[in-house]
Structures are given as C-alpha cells and as structure tokens.
Design a binder for this molecule. Structure first.
Ligand code: PEP
Ligand code: MG
Length: 573
C-alpha cells in the first residue's frame, strides 16, 4: 500500500528513487565508544578537530575548483567553526574533566548551537544546525564512522535535518531528491540543493517516520507531495512527468548559447543574480548568463567577523568583473539590515528592521565601512565593465552624497597612484515606492535603474515578504506594482537610460512577456531560472507581448492578471 505524505515543496521537480535515511543520532555509537585516559581523550579531541579542519579545507578547495561558489562558502563557514577556539576549548575542557572524546565534542557543539538558537534573528538561529553539523562531523571521526552509504544509484536523502556538508559533498548525480522533517527555504541544506536544482520537500514533521530506509519513494518538489512505496499506476504517472522534465532540460541546454530574442528579433539581456564571485563561472557556462545584474555584495561582509578590507573586496570584484567576459557586472553596494544583520556593525535592535537602519542608510553614516567598498569597485572597473548600484534609495540626496564620495575616492586613488576606472556606471535599485514614483526625476541623475520587486512589492502592498500569513497578498501582478514598474521603465527610456529588474519577478516567464513589452533592457535572476525565461521570450513576438500588456493594463484584479498571463503564456502547454 502506498503512503501519501505532504510537506512544503521548495525546489521544483519530480524524483523517483530509494530513500536513504540519514540518522543523525549517534547515541548508540557514543555509548559503545571505549574511552582512554583523560589525557588521551583530550588529545583525541584536539586531533579530531584538526583532521576535520583539514577535510573541510580540502572540501572548500575542490568545490571552488568546480565553480560551486555557494557550497564552497558554506563549507568555509564550517571550517571557521571547526577552528573556533571557544568550541574547541570547551570540548577539550570537557574531555579533561572526564567526558569521553565524542561526548565532549557533541556537548560543546550543543552548547554553541543553543547560543545561536536563542538569537532573535532567523538567519542566526539556523546557524545552530551548522554548529551541530560540525560537531557531528568531528564526533564521527572519533567514532570511526563514515558518512552516509550512497552507491552508484541516485537516492532521495531523508532526515530531520541534513548536514549541508553531506549535500555539498555527494556528487549531484547521486542525489535525486531531498526531504526534510524540518527546514525552510533559507536553511543552508536547501540553499545548496537549490544551486544544484535538486527537487526538495521540507517540513514533513513527524510524518518523516513513515519513510523507512531503502523504501522506494516519489517526491514532487513543485506540490510538496510524497508517496512512499508508490503503486505501479503512480510510478507510471510520475515516470511520464520525469520524461517531460528531462525533455525540457535538453531543450534548455540547447538554448544556452542562443540569445533571449523574440520571433521578431527583439532581444532582452538575461543576467545572473549572484552572492559570491565564485558563482559566475557556472552561471555563464551552464546557464548562458550574459553578465551579472545583481551581485549581492553583503554576503562578502557576512562571511567575515569584521568588514572585509579594500584589498579583499577588490580581489572579489575584479574576479567577478573579469569572469563576466565583456558583459556588465552590477555590484550592489552592501545591503545590510532587514533580514541580513551584521553583528560587527552593532545595529541596534529595531522594531521594524525592514523600515530601519539598512542598506544605503548605513553606508552613508558608516563611511569607514563604505569608502573601501567604493574604492574597490572603482578599481575593479579597470578589468572589465563594472557598475555600482545603490540599494533602498528613497531620495535624491542619497545619490548626491554617494557621488561626492565617488569623487573623493577617485581623488584619493589618483593621489596614491592606484589605477581606477572612469567608466563605472552608477545606478539605483528601484525597490521603494518613493524611488519608483520619483523615477522621472531620478533618471537624470543615474546611468540605470534596476527594479527590486522583492522589496518593492513588500513596501508598496504593505506585505512582509517573510510572513507566510500574508503571502497570499504578495503578488507582483497587483496593478499598483505594474503601474510603478511601467513608470520606472518609461522614465528610464525617456531619459536615454537603461532599466533592468533583479527581483524575483524577473524569473517569472509570464511576467517577462509584459516586462519586455514595457521596454525593459535586462532581466536578472538566479542562474537556473534563465533557460525558462529565455524559452518563453523565444517563443513569442513583440506584437503578441504588446497585446498582452495592453490587455493586462486595463485589468483591475492582480489575481486575474496572474491567471490570464499564466494561461496564455505557459511553458508546459
Ligand atoms: C529586491 O528587493 O528585489 C532585491 C533584488 O534585493 P533583495 O532581495 O536582496 O532585498
Ligand atoms: Mg531589496
């Protein structure tokens, strides 16, 4: 009898494979462990920390080599945790006080994880999983245990939580899918799975118990459905879906080097959103990205315990610009605050962090942190086509103040005889209603706009982008949004400037149709979304797109607009 379960589908796609349960519980092995003297146990702890640090170092190197930047970044964070003197000291201390080595390590990791769990911020709470992951890794070395047994056949990894390192280190072709008892779209296991387009369902809760090791199962990452021991009929149904999926992938691969051009020759630039310079090679090589439309530079700041210095930033931006191979690389200046805190900036606790001290507001006050970034971007511009983009702008004076800083930075660099570029474009994110309304005036002061719909939708509709209770209201087709988007594109075009979009709306193929008709120049999105948008644009004419735009601009309901566009511009049809 097949068992049907339902979780939350977070990464689309269907997978059929055997389950591999990743038991995270090491209790049995810890109990059977034979401890030595107190000195021996303390020495074993230290050696195990060193061994895991070496393994992680090697992991980071090989992931970087494969161009898997996001995974490398996470493993780098684990390496830093494995070298954390507090964690290590606490574990050694416990061993010196009589705990067996694995018990000492696990208890020390639990203590650090509890500290993270008590933090207010979701991002830091989720880091508790990472510390426990590192602790278990070290304990496994002490217990002589290997990682999960994964053979040649692809499997579906199932666990309460899964150590991100496991997903990062198993070759992608051996993981058909992932199911988690817990998890969310922002947990690191999911972030890694997303970069590798692995179908994933999270939030199964206690239903996870129904999945036994080795059982055959089907997961549907689009709907969140899971079938354990599926019937022949179900298997047949889902095998057809997989065949369709494969066909689509083949079609997408063929599109890689073709332009995102309509049947009547109108082209839109499709670029990538990245969070580290290491992501660019894969975006260009695997998905055909034409440059970078949004480099979220704040991740560079979040990786370190202090602000990265000018030289560190310069190296990252230079590499990014070079890897864009003549296409534009838009570096967004750090967008800290909101859901992206930075402990070393000591941002006071705020009631409404999304309306608080964030992004450009921080940069204009903390010039000591911002000036090195401005200088680093100007210097990177020497190595290709670079642009600087300011987040969260609400008034002209913010742009004017940055322009003054840019001039000051150029004077300094010239005096210091350090090469910099005079051709770095300056643009703003249009992600506040204030900026969108003022675009006809702001267009005269910048080289380009990039519409950040993730925030523009939340601020315009007063709908918190992180709150699932109101997510039904979060619709980029709401007429208010379409009107602001159109106003922004019109303002740019009327002033001879270009306008792009880097919010999630850009990755919606149905939205791409009307955005193109409005006259958008560039759409920037996470690289795996590029082929779908390209396929849509290549299948329509500008005339069709303009007719659709005319029609939706006369419609009055956002939900009806969504339905109309999805019905008329469906990829699967
Ligand atoms: C946006 O707001 O649309 C955007 C792209 O920026 P972020 O998601 O980083 O806030
Ligand atoms: Mg934003």
């Amino acid at each position: 009898m097949s068992i049907k379960l339902r979780g939350k589908g977070v990464i689309a796609g269907v997978a059929i494979a055997k389950a591999v349960r990743l038991e995270q519980n090491l209790d049995k092995h810890v109990a059977a462990y034979i401890a030595g003297s107190v000195e021996e146990e303390a020495k074993r702890v230290a050696e195990a920390f060193d061994a895991v640090t070496d393994i992680l170092e090697e992991n980071v190197r090989s992931l970087k080599e494969k161009g898997l930047g996001e995974q490398a970044g996470i493993m780098e964070a684990h390496r830093i945790m494995a070298q954390d003197p507090m964690l290590r000291g606490n574990a050694i201390n416990r061993a010196e006080n009589g705990d067996s080595a694995p018990r000492a390590v696990l208890a020390a990791a639990d203590e650090s994880a509890a500290m993270f769990e008590n933090m207010e911020d979701a991002y830091f709470r989720e880091r508790a999983v990472d510390v426990r992951d590192v602790g278990k890794r070290i304990a496994r070395v002490l217990l002589g245990l290997k990682g999960p047994e994964i053979g040649e056949e692809p499997v579906i990894l199932c666990g309460e939580e899964i150590e991100p390192s496991i997903i990062a280190n198993v070759p992608a072709e051996q993981i058909a899918g992932v199911t988690l008892g817990q998890g969310s779209t922002t947990c690191h296991a999911v972030i890694i799975a997303k970069a590798r387009a692995i179908p994933t369902v999270v939030g199964l809760g206690s239903d996870l118990q129904n999945i036994t090791d080795g059982a055959q199962m089907v997961i549907n990452g689009s709907t969140g459905e899971i079938f354990v021991k599926p019937t022949e009929d179900l298997l047949k149904h889902f095998r057809i879906k997989i065949a369709e999926q494969e066909k689509l992938k083949e079609q997408y691969a063929k599109l890689r080097s073709l332009p995102a051009q309509t049947t009547d020759g109108h082209e839109v630039i499709l670029a990538a959103n990245i969070s580290t310079h290491l992501d660019i090679s894969s975006a260009v090589k695997d998905f055909g990205a034409r440059g970078v439309g949004l480099f979220r530079s704040e991740f560079l700041f979040m990786e370190h315990n202090e602000a990265p210095d000018e030289e560190t930033q310069f190296k990252a931006y230079k590499e990014a610009v070079e890897k864009c191979k003549g296409e534009l690389c838009v570096i967004r200046t750090m967008d800290i605050g909101g859901d992206k805190p930075l402990p070393y900036l000591n941002i006071p606790k705020e009631e409404n962090p999304f309306l608080g001290w964030r992004a450009i507001r921080i940069c204009l006050v903390r010039r000591d942190v911002f000036m090195p970034q401005v200088r680093a971007i100007l210097r990177a511009g020497v190595y290709g086509r670079a642009a600087m983009m300011l987040p969260m702008v609400i008034q002209l004076s913010e742009i004017e103040m940055v322009k003054e800083m840019i001039e000051e930075a150029k004077t300094q660099l010239a005096r210091e005889d350090i090469p910099y570029s005079e051709n770095v474009q300056l643009g703003i994110m249009v992600e506040t209603p204030a900026a969108a309304v003022m675009t006809p005036m702001l267009a005269k002061h910048v080289d380009f706009f990039s519409i950040g719909t993730n925030d523009l939708v939340q601020y315009t509709l007063a709908v918190d982008r992180m709150n699932t209770n109101v997510s039904y209201l979060y619709n980029h087709f709401n007429p208010a949004i379409l009107s602001l988007v159109k106003r922004t594109i019109d303002a740019a075009n009327a002033n001879g400037k270009w306008c792009g979009m880097c919010g999630e709306m850009a990755s919606d193929p149905a939205a791409a149709v009307i955005l193109m008709a409005m006259g958008i120049t560039e759409l920037s999105m996470s690289a795996p979304s590029i082929p779908r948008v390209k396929k849509m644009l290549r299948s329509i004419s500008m005339k069709q797109a303009k007719e659709a735009l005319d029609h939706v601009m006369r419609m009055e309901h956002g939900t009806a607009i969504r339905e109309y566009l999805q019905k008329n511009f469906s990829l699967e049809a």
